[in-house]
Design a protein around this ligand. Structure first.
Ligand SMILES: Cc1cc2nc3c(=O)[nH]c(=O)nc-3n(C[C@H](O)[C@H](O)[C@H](O)COP(=O)(O)OP(=O)(O)OC[C@H]3O[C@@H](n4cnc5c(N)ncnc54)[C@H](O)[C@@H]3O)c2cc1C
Length: 386
Protein backbone atom coordinates (compact mmCIF):
# COMPACT_ATOMS: atom_id res chain seq x y z
CA UNK A 1 0.00 0.00 0.00
CA UNK A 2 1.45 3.34 -1.04
CA UNK A 3 0.59 6.24 1.18
CA UNK A 4 1.03 9.74 -0.10
CA UNK A 5 3.10 11.55 2.47
CA UNK A 6 2.43 15.18 3.25
CA UNK A 7 5.34 17.61 3.03
CA UNK A 8 5.54 17.58 6.83
CA UNK A 9 5.65 13.77 6.97
CA UNK A 10 8.46 13.73 4.39
CA UNK A 11 10.43 16.16 6.53
CA UNK A 12 9.93 13.90 9.57
CA UNK A 13 11.08 10.86 7.56
CA UNK A 14 14.19 12.54 6.17
CA UNK A 15 15.15 14.20 9.46
CA UNK A 16 14.73 11.01 11.50
CA UNK A 17 16.51 8.91 8.86
CA UNK A 18 19.51 11.22 8.98
CA UNK A 19 19.63 11.30 12.79
CA UNK A 20 19.19 7.52 12.95
CA UNK A 21 22.08 6.87 10.58
CA UNK A 22 24.43 9.54 11.90
CA UNK A 23 23.75 9.57 15.64
CA UNK A 24 21.55 6.74 16.97
CA UNK A 25 22.87 3.79 14.91
CA UNK A 26 26.50 4.23 15.98
CA UNK A 27 25.49 3.96 19.66
CA UNK A 28 23.37 0.80 19.32
CA UNK A 29 26.08 -1.86 19.59
CA UNK A 30 27.58 -0.46 22.78
CA UNK A 31 24.17 -0.01 24.43
CA UNK A 32 23.33 -3.63 23.61
CA UNK A 33 26.67 -4.82 24.99
CA UNK A 34 26.39 -2.83 28.22
CA UNK A 35 22.65 -3.45 28.61
CA UNK A 36 22.25 0.01 30.12
CA UNK A 37 19.74 2.76 29.44
CA UNK A 38 21.18 5.57 27.31
CA UNK A 39 20.28 9.13 28.32
CA UNK A 40 22.17 10.25 25.24
CA UNK A 41 19.67 8.47 22.96
CA UNK A 42 16.71 9.67 25.04
CA UNK A 43 17.91 13.28 24.76
CA UNK A 44 18.54 12.94 21.02
CA UNK A 45 14.99 11.63 20.53
CA UNK A 46 13.62 14.35 22.78
CA UNK A 47 15.48 17.07 20.86
CA UNK A 48 13.98 15.74 17.63
CA UNK A 49 10.49 16.11 19.16
CA UNK A 50 9.88 12.36 18.94
CA UNK A 51 9.10 11.68 22.61
CA UNK A 52 6.29 14.23 22.82
CA UNK A 53 4.64 13.48 19.47
CA UNK A 54 1.22 12.61 20.95
CA UNK A 55 1.12 15.22 23.70
CA UNK A 56 -1.44 17.88 22.73
CA UNK A 57 -0.02 21.18 21.55
CA UNK A 58 -1.60 23.13 24.40
CA UNK A 59 0.57 21.12 26.83
CA UNK A 60 3.71 21.77 24.77
CA UNK A 61 3.70 18.61 22.64
CA UNK A 62 3.41 18.21 18.89
CA UNK A 63 0.04 16.45 18.59
CA UNK A 64 1.24 14.39 15.60
CA UNK A 65 -0.81 11.88 13.56
CA UNK A 66 -0.09 8.13 13.62
CA UNK A 67 1.31 7.98 10.10
CA UNK A 68 4.03 10.43 11.20
CA UNK A 69 4.67 8.49 14.41
CA UNK A 70 5.00 5.19 12.54
CA UNK A 71 7.35 6.77 9.98
CA UNK A 72 9.62 7.98 12.78
CA UNK A 73 9.58 4.63 14.62
CA UNK A 74 10.20 2.70 11.38
CA UNK A 75 13.20 4.86 10.46
CA UNK A 76 14.79 4.57 13.91
CA UNK A 77 14.19 0.84 14.18
CA UNK A 78 16.08 0.15 10.96
CA UNK A 79 19.24 0.99 12.90
CA UNK A 80 18.17 0.46 16.51
CA UNK A 81 14.78 -1.06 17.47
CA UNK A 82 15.35 0.07 21.06
CA UNK A 83 15.07 3.72 19.99
CA UNK A 84 11.73 2.91 18.36
CA UNK A 85 10.62 1.17 21.56
CA UNK A 86 11.46 4.19 23.68
CA UNK A 87 9.11 6.35 21.63
CA UNK A 88 6.05 4.10 21.73
CA UNK A 89 6.62 3.06 25.36
CA UNK A 90 6.40 6.75 26.29
CA UNK A 91 3.40 7.33 24.03
CA UNK A 92 1.60 4.43 25.73
CA UNK A 93 2.51 5.69 29.19
CA UNK A 94 1.20 9.21 28.47
CA UNK A 95 -2.06 7.94 26.97
CA UNK A 96 -4.00 7.33 30.22
CA UNK A 97 -3.32 10.96 31.17
CA UNK A 98 -4.07 12.38 27.73
CA UNK A 99 -7.27 10.38 27.27
CA UNK A 100 -8.63 10.09 30.82
CA UNK A 101 -6.67 12.61 32.90
CA UNK A 102 -8.21 15.62 34.62
CA UNK A 103 -7.05 19.11 33.62
CA UNK A 104 -5.04 19.20 36.84
CA UNK A 105 -3.31 15.88 36.07
CA UNK A 106 -2.54 16.94 32.52
CA UNK A 107 -1.13 20.31 33.43
CA UNK A 108 0.83 18.89 36.34
CA UNK A 109 2.38 15.90 34.55
CA UNK A 110 2.33 16.40 30.78
CA UNK A 111 3.98 19.79 31.10
CA UNK A 112 6.71 18.27 33.30
CA UNK A 113 7.32 15.62 30.65
CA UNK A 114 7.70 18.39 28.09
CA UNK A 115 9.66 20.87 30.21
CA UNK A 116 11.70 18.60 32.48
CA UNK A 117 12.08 15.54 30.19
CA UNK A 118 10.58 13.21 32.79
CA UNK A 119 10.13 9.57 31.77
CA UNK A 120 6.85 7.78 32.52
CA UNK A 121 6.49 4.04 33.18
CA UNK A 122 3.32 1.97 32.96
CA UNK A 123 3.12 -0.85 35.46
CA UNK A 124 0.56 -3.61 35.28
CA UNK A 125 2.45 -6.91 35.27
CA UNK A 126 3.08 -8.76 38.54
CA UNK A 127 4.83 -12.05 39.27
CA UNK A 128 1.44 -13.82 39.26
CA UNK A 129 -0.33 -11.70 36.62
CA UNK A 130 0.98 -11.23 33.07
CA UNK A 131 -1.47 -11.85 30.24
CA UNK A 132 -4.22 -12.10 32.87
CA UNK A 133 -4.37 -8.44 33.90
CA UNK A 134 -7.26 -9.08 36.27
CA UNK A 135 -5.02 -11.41 38.28
CA UNK A 136 -3.13 -8.47 39.86
CA UNK A 137 -2.82 -8.38 43.65
CA UNK A 138 -1.43 -4.88 44.31
CA UNK A 139 -3.79 -3.12 46.72
CA UNK A 140 -4.92 0.51 46.90
CA UNK A 141 -6.57 1.25 50.24
CA UNK A 142 -8.32 4.60 50.61
CA UNK A 143 -8.44 6.63 53.82
CA UNK A 144 -9.10 10.35 54.26
CA UNK A 145 -8.50 11.28 50.64
CA UNK A 146 -5.33 9.24 50.18
CA UNK A 147 -4.87 5.81 48.58
CA UNK A 148 -2.06 3.69 49.99
CA UNK A 149 -0.52 1.31 47.44
CA UNK A 150 1.19 -1.95 48.39
CA UNK A 151 2.38 -4.68 46.07
CA UNK A 152 5.06 -6.09 43.81
CA UNK A 153 5.26 -5.19 40.12
CA UNK A 154 7.67 -6.62 37.59
CA UNK A 155 9.09 -6.06 34.12
CA UNK A 156 8.39 -2.33 34.03
CA UNK A 157 9.92 -0.81 30.88
CA UNK A 158 12.21 2.08 31.86
CA UNK A 159 11.20 1.37 35.48
CA UNK A 160 14.51 2.50 36.96
CA UNK A 161 14.63 5.80 35.09
CA UNK A 162 10.96 6.80 35.30
CA UNK A 163 9.86 9.58 37.63
CA UNK A 164 6.12 9.01 37.10
CA UNK A 165 4.21 5.75 36.80
CA UNK A 166 0.75 4.71 35.71
CA UNK A 167 0.05 1.82 38.10
CA UNK A 168 -2.87 -0.62 38.20
CA UNK A 169 -4.06 -1.69 41.64
CA UNK A 170 -7.09 -3.31 43.24
CA UNK A 171 -9.05 -0.58 45.04
CA UNK A 172 -11.91 -2.75 46.28
CA UNK A 173 -14.25 -5.65 45.57
CA UNK A 174 -17.80 -5.51 44.28
CA UNK A 175 -20.06 -8.56 43.89
CA UNK A 176 -17.01 -10.80 44.22
CA UNK A 177 -15.16 -8.97 41.42
CA UNK A 178 -11.99 -6.93 41.91
CA UNK A 179 -12.30 -3.19 41.29
CA UNK A 180 -9.12 -2.42 39.37
CA UNK A 181 -8.12 1.22 39.09
CA UNK A 182 -5.32 3.22 37.51
CA UNK A 183 -3.21 5.68 39.52
CA UNK A 184 -0.63 8.27 38.60
CA UNK A 185 2.24 7.74 41.04
CA UNK A 186 5.26 9.97 41.46
CA UNK A 187 8.50 8.34 42.54
CA UNK A 188 8.83 11.25 44.98
CA UNK A 189 5.67 10.18 46.85
CA UNK A 190 7.95 7.72 48.67
CA UNK A 191 7.75 3.95 48.99
CA UNK A 192 8.48 3.24 45.29
CA UNK A 193 11.50 0.96 45.34
CA UNK A 194 13.23 -0.08 42.11
CA UNK A 195 14.20 -3.74 42.17
CA UNK A 196 16.24 -5.94 39.93
CA UNK A 197 16.97 -4.77 36.37
CA UNK A 198 16.63 -7.85 34.20
CA UNK A 199 19.57 -9.01 32.04
CA UNK A 200 17.65 -9.66 28.83
CA UNK A 201 17.86 -11.41 25.46
CA UNK A 202 17.12 -8.29 23.40
CA UNK A 203 16.18 -4.61 23.76
CA UNK A 204 18.92 -4.80 26.31
CA UNK A 205 19.21 -1.10 27.08
CA UNK A 206 15.52 -0.89 27.91
CA UNK A 207 15.95 -0.79 31.69
CA UNK A 208 13.24 -3.30 32.53
CA UNK A 209 12.83 -3.40 36.30
CA UNK A 210 10.84 -4.82 39.17
CA UNK A 211 9.06 -2.27 41.36
CA UNK A 212 8.16 -2.71 45.01
CA UNK A 213 5.37 -0.51 46.33
CA UNK A 214 5.59 -0.12 50.09
CA UNK A 215 2.87 2.09 51.62
CA UNK A 216 2.99 4.51 48.68
CA UNK A 217 0.68 7.46 49.47
CA UNK A 218 -1.28 8.60 46.40
CA UNK A 219 -3.66 11.57 46.72
CA UNK A 220 -7.17 10.75 45.51
CA UNK A 221 -6.91 13.38 42.78
CA UNK A 222 -4.25 11.13 41.16
CA UNK A 223 -6.80 8.42 40.43
CA UNK A 224 -6.96 8.28 36.62
CA UNK A 225 -10.53 8.16 35.31
CA UNK A 226 -12.96 6.40 37.62
CA UNK A 227 -12.42 3.54 40.07
CA UNK A 228 -12.82 0.22 38.27
CA UNK A 229 -11.82 1.59 34.85
CA UNK A 230 -8.14 0.58 35.15
CA UNK A 231 -8.22 -2.36 32.69
CA UNK A 232 -9.98 -0.41 29.94
CA UNK A 233 -7.68 2.59 30.48
CA UNK A 234 -4.55 0.49 29.98
CA UNK A 235 -6.11 -1.39 27.07
CA UNK A 236 -6.18 1.89 25.12
CA UNK A 237 -2.54 2.48 26.04
CA UNK A 238 -1.64 -1.04 24.90
CA UNK A 239 -3.26 -0.36 21.52
CA UNK A 240 -0.90 2.55 20.95
CA UNK A 241 2.12 0.51 22.05
CA UNK A 242 1.13 -2.31 19.70
CA UNK A 243 0.86 -0.01 16.71
CA UNK A 244 4.24 1.48 17.56
CA UNK A 245 5.61 -2.04 17.92
CA UNK A 246 4.30 -2.94 14.45
CA UNK A 247 6.19 0.03 12.97
CA UNK A 248 9.27 -0.97 14.98
CA UNK A 249 9.01 -4.54 13.62
CA UNK A 250 8.81 -3.31 10.03
CA UNK A 251 11.83 -1.06 10.53
CA UNK A 252 13.80 -3.90 12.16
CA UNK A 253 12.96 -6.25 9.27
CA UNK A 254 13.98 -3.64 6.70
CA UNK A 255 17.28 -3.02 8.48
CA UNK A 256 18.05 -6.76 8.63
CA UNK A 257 17.05 -7.27 4.99
CA UNK A 258 19.12 -4.35 3.69
CA UNK A 259 22.19 -5.54 5.57
CA UNK A 260 21.93 -9.15 4.38
CA UNK A 261 21.23 -8.13 0.76
CA UNK A 262 24.36 -6.01 0.69
CA UNK A 263 26.36 -8.84 2.30
CA UNK A 264 25.04 -11.35 -0.24
CA UNK A 265 26.25 -9.12 -3.07
CA UNK A 266 29.76 -8.87 -1.57
CA UNK A 267 30.34 -12.39 -0.25
CA UNK A 268 32.08 -14.62 -2.79
CA UNK A 269 31.83 -18.44 -2.59
CA UNK A 270 32.50 -20.91 -5.38
CA UNK A 271 33.78 -17.96 -7.40
CA UNK A 272 30.48 -16.05 -7.38
CA UNK A 273 28.64 -13.61 -5.10
CA UNK A 274 26.28 -15.72 -2.98
CA UNK A 275 23.36 -13.51 -4.14
CA UNK A 276 23.56 -15.47 -7.43
CA UNK A 277 22.65 -18.75 -5.69
CA UNK A 278 18.98 -19.61 -5.95
CA UNK A 279 18.77 -20.72 -2.30
CA UNK A 280 19.85 -17.24 -1.20
CA UNK A 281 17.58 -15.58 -3.78
CA UNK A 282 14.54 -17.47 -2.44
CA UNK A 283 15.30 -16.29 1.09
CA UNK A 284 15.75 -12.69 -0.05
CA UNK A 285 12.53 -12.89 -2.07
CA UNK A 286 10.52 -14.23 0.89
CA UNK A 287 12.01 -11.59 3.17
CA UNK A 288 11.03 -8.74 0.88
CA UNK A 289 7.55 -10.16 0.18
CA UNK A 290 6.85 -10.40 3.90
CA UNK A 291 8.23 -6.93 4.60
CA UNK A 292 6.01 -5.36 1.92
CA UNK A 293 2.95 -7.17 3.31
CA UNK A 294 3.75 -6.17 6.89
CA UNK A 295 4.46 -2.56 5.91
CA UNK A 296 1.17 -2.27 4.01
CA UNK A 297 -0.80 -3.70 6.92
CA UNK A 298 0.95 -1.43 9.41
CA UNK A 299 0.34 1.78 7.43
CA UNK A 300 -3.27 0.80 6.68
CA UNK A 301 -3.69 0.36 10.44
CA UNK A 302 -2.12 3.75 11.14
CA UNK A 303 -4.53 5.34 8.65
CA UNK A 304 -7.50 3.66 10.35
CA UNK A 305 -6.22 4.88 13.71
CA UNK A 306 -5.90 8.45 12.42
CA UNK A 307 -9.47 8.26 11.12
CA UNK A 308 -10.78 6.85 14.44
CA UNK A 309 -12.15 3.92 12.45
CA UNK A 310 -13.92 1.40 14.77
CA UNK A 311 -11.90 -1.43 13.17
CA UNK A 312 -8.60 0.15 14.26
CA UNK A 313 -8.19 -1.86 17.50
CA UNK A 314 -8.53 -5.19 15.71
CA UNK A 315 -6.22 -4.07 12.91
CA UNK A 316 -3.71 -3.05 15.57
CA UNK A 317 -3.78 -6.58 17.02
CA UNK A 318 -3.37 -8.04 13.49
CA UNK A 319 -0.45 -5.70 12.76
CA UNK A 320 1.23 -6.47 16.08
CA UNK A 321 1.16 -10.19 15.32
CA UNK A 322 2.02 -10.12 11.62
CA UNK A 323 4.72 -7.46 11.78
CA UNK A 324 6.51 -8.98 14.77
CA UNK A 325 6.32 -12.50 13.32
CA UNK A 326 7.73 -11.06 10.09
CA UNK A 327 10.51 -9.24 11.94
CA UNK A 328 11.67 -12.46 13.58
CA UNK A 329 11.42 -14.50 10.37
CA UNK A 330 13.36 -11.90 8.40
CA UNK A 331 16.00 -11.46 11.11
CA UNK A 332 16.55 -15.23 11.35
CA UNK A 333 16.97 -15.45 7.57
CA UNK A 334 19.29 -12.45 7.59
CA UNK A 335 21.56 -14.33 10.01
CA UNK A 336 21.34 -17.35 7.69
CA UNK A 337 22.41 -15.29 4.67
CA UNK A 338 25.52 -14.24 6.58
CA UNK A 339 26.31 -17.86 7.53
CA UNK A 340 28.82 -18.22 10.37
CA UNK A 341 29.54 -14.48 10.35
CA UNK A 342 25.87 -13.83 11.15
CA UNK A 343 26.38 -15.42 14.57
CA UNK A 344 28.91 -12.80 15.66
CA UNK A 345 28.18 -9.45 17.23
CA UNK A 346 30.34 -7.75 14.60
CA UNK A 347 27.27 -7.81 12.36
CA UNK A 348 24.02 -6.10 13.46
CA UNK A 349 21.77 -8.97 12.32
CA UNK A 350 22.71 -11.02 15.39
CA UNK A 351 21.32 -8.28 17.66
CA UNK A 352 18.31 -7.76 15.41
CA UNK A 353 17.38 -11.42 15.77
CA UNK A 354 17.50 -11.15 19.57
CA UNK A 355 15.53 -7.89 19.55
CA UNK A 356 12.94 -9.36 17.16
CA UNK A 357 12.12 -12.28 19.47
CA UNK A 358 11.14 -9.83 22.20
CA UNK A 359 8.56 -8.23 19.94
CA UNK A 360 6.41 -11.36 19.82
CA UNK A 361 6.13 -11.21 23.62
CA UNK A 362 5.98 -7.62 24.85
CA UNK A 363 2.84 -5.46 24.84
CA UNK A 364 0.56 -8.49 24.88
CA UNK A 365 1.93 -11.75 23.52
CA UNK A 366 1.10 -12.72 19.95
CA UNK A 367 -1.15 -15.48 21.30
CA UNK A 368 -3.21 -12.92 23.22
CA UNK A 369 -3.38 -10.63 20.18
CA UNK A 370 -4.53 -13.55 18.01
CA UNK A 371 -7.32 -14.10 20.55
CA UNK A 372 -8.32 -10.41 20.15
CA UNK A 373 -8.53 -10.87 16.36
CA UNK A 374 -10.37 -14.20 16.61
CA UNK A 375 -12.99 -12.76 19.00
CA UNK A 376 -13.74 -9.90 16.60
CA UNK A 377 -13.99 -12.32 13.69
CA UNK A 378 -16.46 -14.46 15.67
CA UNK A 379 -18.76 -11.43 15.77
CA UNK A 380 -18.14 -10.26 12.20
CA UNK A 381 -18.79 -11.67 8.76
CA UNK A 382 -16.19 -12.16 6.02
CA UNK A 383 -13.49 -10.36 8.00
CA UNK A 384 -14.80 -6.92 6.91
CA UNK A 385 -13.94 -7.50 3.24
CA UNK A 386 -16.22 -5.72 0.77
C1 LIG B 1 11.14 -6.33 27.84
C2 LIG B 1 9.81 -6.36 28.49
C3 LIG B 1 9.21 -5.16 28.84
C4 LIG B 1 7.98 -5.16 29.49
N1 LIG B 1 7.43 -3.97 29.87
C5 LIG B 1 6.31 -3.96 30.62
C6 LIG B 1 5.79 -2.73 31.15
O1 LIG B 1 6.32 -1.65 30.87
N2 LIG B 1 4.71 -2.78 31.96
C7 LIG B 1 4.10 -3.95 32.27
O2 LIG B 1 3.12 -3.92 33.01
N3 LIG B 1 4.54 -5.13 31.77
C8 LIG B 1 5.64 -5.17 30.97
N4 LIG B 1 6.14 -6.35 30.49
C9 LIG B 1 5.45 -7.59 30.80
C10 LIG B 1 4.70 -8.14 29.59
O3 LIG B 1 3.57 -7.33 29.33
C11 LIG B 1 4.33 -9.60 29.90
O4 LIG B 1 5.55 -10.32 29.86
C12 LIG B 1 3.35 -10.18 28.92
O5 LIG B 1 2.11 -9.55 29.05
C13 LIG B 1 3.15 -11.68 29.16
O6 LIG B 1 2.96 -11.97 30.49
P1 LIG B 1 3.87 -13.12 31.19
O7 LIG B 1 5.27 -12.83 30.85
O8 LIG B 1 3.48 -13.23 32.61
O9 LIG B 1 3.47 -14.44 30.42
P2 LIG B 1 2.15 -15.39 30.72
O10 LIG B 1 0.93 -14.55 30.75
O11 LIG B 1 2.47 -16.25 31.88
O12 LIG B 1 2.18 -16.23 29.39
C14 LIG B 1 3.07 -17.33 29.18
C15 LIG B 1 2.71 -17.96 27.83
O13 LIG B 1 1.34 -18.43 27.87
C16 LIG B 1 0.60 -17.83 26.81
N5 LIG B 1 -0.77 -17.55 27.29
C17 LIG B 1 -1.15 -16.93 28.43
N6 LIG B 1 -2.49 -16.85 28.50
C18 LIG B 1 -2.97 -17.42 27.36
C19 LIG B 1 -4.27 -17.63 26.81
N7 LIG B 1 -5.37 -17.21 27.44
N8 LIG B 1 -4.37 -18.25 25.62
C20 LIG B 1 -3.28 -18.64 24.94
N9 LIG B 1 -2.02 -18.47 25.39
C21 LIG B 1 -1.87 -17.86 26.58
C22 LIG B 1 1.34 -16.55 26.48
O14 LIG B 1 1.07 -16.12 25.14
C23 LIG B 1 2.80 -16.96 26.67
O15 LIG B 1 3.26 -17.61 25.54
C24 LIG B 1 7.34 -6.38 29.79
C25 LIG B 1 7.93 -7.58 29.41
C26 LIG B 1 9.15 -7.58 28.78
C27 LIG B 1 9.78 -8.89 28.39
Amino acid sequence: MDIELTAEQMIIRDTVRRAANEKIGPLAKEIDKEGKFSWEVYNLLFDLGLITMTIPENYGGLGNDWISICIAIEELSKVDPLAGNLIYAQIASFDPLITFGTDLQKSRYLTRVVNERKIVGISITEPGAGSDVKGIQTRATKKEGVYTLNGTKCMVSYGGVSEFFVILAVSGVSKGQKIISAFLVERDFGGVITGNEGDKLGLRGQNTCDLFLEDVPVPEYNLIGEEGKGPSIVLGAFDLARLGLAAQSVGLAEGAFDYSLEYAKQRIQFGRPIVEFQAIQMMLADMTINIEAARSLMYKTALLKDKNDPRAATFIAMSKVFCSDTALKVAIDAVQVLGGYGCFRDHPVEKMMRDAKMLQIIDGTNQINRIVVARTMQRSSRGWRD
